[in-house]
Design a protein around this ligand. Structure first.
Ligand SMILES: Cc1cc2nc3c(=O)[nH]c(=O)nc-3n(C[C@H](O)[C@H](O)[C@H](O)COP(=O)(O)OP(=O)(O)OC[C@H]3O[C@@H](n4cnc5c(N)ncnc54)[C@H](O)[C@@H]3O)c2cc1C
Length: 320
């Protein structure tokens, strides 16, 4: 018995969401009297033994050539092998893009109950019950998982990273994996930008900015803060900004520590993608804009006057 955590990487480095998943999985192991183990797929630039400080006692490393590019089917197979090797009864994923693609496949493969979007530790006082948010964060559901193997996909920012002492034993797992059914022929990366899904700070603009020619306002503030940029859907639909910046129900769901919304009304479909942000700052000239109800801080004012002042203040504070 163990708790197995999928340790997701980007460019050979462990993502923050995986550090949270390890801390979460280690706590479940502690609560259920077992140990936490991790699985890393593909080449890595990490000192795997050092990941022990997040509470994992052992890392299964599968480094087959077919794991170089993310492929949900191949990754699912590899993780299933690690489940077998570790005898895991609980498998934890970060509920990010990779976790969302693999966890349901593993669930079907192992006939294991899955709770996607968990926001708290499981309650094991009477069975195994996991709390998740539903209806875009408007309500909660407590899901009882009754299958022998249980899978949890943990929402980013729902559980704090905890570090301690210790190193993990590293085991190279030589798992036979079927060849991928698809071949990656090219990878086109957006470079020079902070990836939105991983960003701690996000500056976002809406239709209130009137047109793409005014986006310098958003970019200057984002640059000063070292933040990623995002936008509302109509802005992406109009071609003012690329679609990968669109956040909301039909776009990316993000959970940064700070989300600054400039000239965005705060429609429910927009909030669905950003309401897990730790701190929300809204800048809107309409005091009745619905976004103010979801804001931690609100500035009623014209973005064209307010934002340059904030940018100047941030630059002054940072000495840039
Ligand atoms: C099925 C469905 C899915 C959808 N999915 C998404 C989604 O994923 N993401 C998303 O964003 N939307 C989504 N939408 C659209 C959503 O309903 C809203 O229409 C959209 O979010 C509005 O974008 P906006 O706030 O930029 O524009 P608007 O609603 O036009 O709001 C502009 C805001 O800017 C303010 N403003 C104007 N001038 C200034 C100024 N000078 N200074 C400061 N403030 C100013 C205005 O007061 C207003 O509040 C979806 C809709 C549907 C039906």
């Amino acid at each position: 018995m163990s708790v197995l955590i999928f340790i997701d990487q980007a460019e050979g480095h462990v993502k923050k969401a995986s550090l949270e998943a390890m801390s979460y999985g280690a706590k479940i192991a502690e609560l259920t009297g077992t140990t936490a183990e991790g699985v890393v797929l593909g080449a890595t630039g990490e000192d795997l033994a050092a990941l022990g400080k997040y509470g994992v006692k052992k890392i299964h490393h599968i480094n087959a050539a077919d794991l170089t590019h993310f492929d949900a089917q191949v990754y699912t197979q590899a993780i299933a092998k690690a489940v077998e090797a570790s005898g895991a009864t609980v498998v934890v994923f970060p509920n990010n893009a990779d976790g969302k693609a693999i966890a349901p496949r593993l669930s079907a493969r192992l006939k294991a109950g899955l709770v996607a979007g968990a926001i708290a530790l499981p309650d094991t006082s009477n069975g195994f019950v996991v709390k998740k948010s539903v209806f875009s964060g408007k309500a909660f559901a407590n899901i009882a998982v009754n299958t022998p193997v249980k899978i949890i996909a943990l929402n980013p920012n729902a559980y704090a990273v905890k570090t301690g002492e210790g190193t993990a034993a590293v085991s190279i797992l030589d798992a036979a994996i079927d060849a991928p059914k698809v071949k990656v022929t090219a990878v086109n990366k957006v470079i020079g930008e902070i990836p939105l899904s991983e960003a701690e700070l996000v500056v976002s603009g809406g239709r209130g900015l009137k047109g793409p020619e005014n986006w310098g306002l958003v970019e200057d503030l984002a640059h000063a803060l070292h933040a990623a940029t995002a936008c509302s859907r109509p802005v992406a639909d109009a071609g003012w900004r690329p679609h990968h910046e669109h956040v909301g129900q039909t776009g990316l769901a993000i959970a940064p520590n700070l989300y600054i919304a400039i000239g965005i009304s705060g429609a429910i479909q927009h909030l669905a993608g950003v309401n897990r942000s730790k701190v929300i700052v809204v800048i809107n000239k309409d005091p009745e804009a619905p976004f103010f109800k979801a804001a931690d801080y609100g500035i009623v004012g014209d973005a064209f006057e307010v934002v340059p002042k904030i940018t100047a203040a941030v630059k002054k504070l940072k000495g840039i």
